[in-house]
Design a protein around this ligand. Sequence first.
Ligand code: BES
Ligand code: ZN
Length: 459
Amino acid sequence: MASIDQYLETHAEAFEEELCRFLRIPSVSADPSCAEHIRRAADWVADQFRGLSFATEIIPTSGHPLVYAQSPPVAGAPTALVYGHYDVQPPDPLDQWVSPPFEPQQRNGNLYARGATDDKGQLLTHIKGVQAWIETQGRLPVNVKFIIEGEEEVGSQGLERFITDHADRLACDCVVISDGAQFGPGQPAITYGLRGIAYFELRLTGPNRDLHSGSFGGSITNPANALARMLAGLVDDQGKVQVPGFYDDVVPLSDREISELAALPFDEQQYLRQVGVEGATGEQGYTTLQRRWARPTCDVSGLWSGYQGDGAKTVLPAVAGAKFSFRLVPNQDPDKIAAALRQMLGQLCPVGIRMELIDFHASPGVLVSLESPYIEAAARAIAHAFGRRPVFTREGGSIPIVTAFREALRVDTLLLGWGQDDDNTHSPNEKFCLADFHHGIRASARLWKELSQIPRNGS
Ligand code: BES
Ligand code: ZN
């Protein structure tokens, strides 16, 4: 590995420059005006693989294209499938960025840009991890396939379809994903659980136009008032989601997991300080880590109605709307929850209001087995690169495609997040710590060696 480590050292700066080029492409999957940039991002990723002489294809989907690439075959060696996403979240609110979101800037050892950690920087670690092998050894010690999508931030529908239709092409021994966080600075982690998600938009329509709130208020149902009531009905003051049957399939945490989570060196005060609030809230009876990682929730993500300008305007608005989602834990069924929600909101919807509930996307929560030789191989690779063995954590975020990999390919996923909790994913001033970027590349390069040493077929 000496020459690989040396290669990584001498190319560190070049890798950072390449990441900056990738980050300059505003590949916002939710924004239809970014279609051209989405295509450019897919091309950029495909060019990386072509440069390594991987068999590379850009595959169209009903939405944004997939990039598929495959290393030259290594007979008898295991196959890893690396997944990542080249799409990013919308950058707004723009006025809160210190430097513009698509003009990467280095400050205090961090690279700031939308997508720096989620997921362009993290996915690039695996491209550079294989590049180091190809450039120094002429070949990889394992087979590596890559599937990089452009719709993760909007629900992964194109990829889901591709996986079910082309499971044979993606056949592998394990999936590798770096699209999450370490436990904290200096403490790497392997994630064994992700929450799922069910995302909705609720639109309420009342009178046929905005009305004078004095002339009409008190006699005509106000959609904004109705929306506030309906949303308030979703969660009670103990933090319990009120959708009927919501908790029916939730598997309680085992005593072992409760004590393992409690043993993690979580600094709650630091966690709260970092986001600038005084206290934690949530479902009663659970610790903050349990509530973030292993309990389901409901959060409103967007809310609109009425007059938003300066000063006061006495109006009874004609429409109101909200975007909100439930984070789900393993074993909860998103379809069942969507049906129960629709019925509940129908009952809460008052006279004089027409309601439309749009079901955007959903995916269940997942737990991956820690009892696999691949996990130990990853733990060794991480210890080599980060200088410390990983702890085992769950995450509150969602990577919808993990369930599809398990169902279609029957393999487990290694969730190896290189980011940090304070990387500002989905927020202004997203960043990726450059030391984490380089450690991630080193861990990736080491992982291929560790995977190649796992005995196969009883050999
Ligand atoms: N990288 C995140 C998921 C994540 C966040 C994993 C934090 C671990 C820790 C991913 O890109 C993401 O944000 N996913 C969306 C999925 C959704 C839009 C379907 C999410 O969780 O909101
Ligand atoms: Zn991501």
